[in-house]
Design a protein around this ligand. Structure first.
Ligand SMILES: [Zn+2]
Length: 69
């Protein structure tokens, strides 16, 4: 899993703070999907769903006020 940083506004303090999101390594998954003639697409889809669920439902905290984002 790769990581990507985005800016978001904290609901508690109103500050713009960076958050780290997990994303699949798309280039790697595309290459593996080609090499396995599409069989790897199942794993790729699972990785996409896993990162989406993780990013959506994990309890992220503001680094400045520790409030919930
Ligand atoms: Zn905050």
């Amino acid at each position: 899993m790769a990581k990507r940083t985005e800016l978001t506004v904290c609901a508690s303090c109103g500050e713009t703070v960076p958050i780290t999101l997990k994303t699949p390594n798309h280039a790697l998954h595309v290459v593996l999907s080609i090499l396995t003639m599409g069989l790897w697409l199942v794993v790729y889809l699972a990785a996409i769903l896993d990162s989406a669920m993780n990013n959506r439902f994990s309890r992220k905290r503001c680094p400045k006020c520790n409030g919930r984002l």
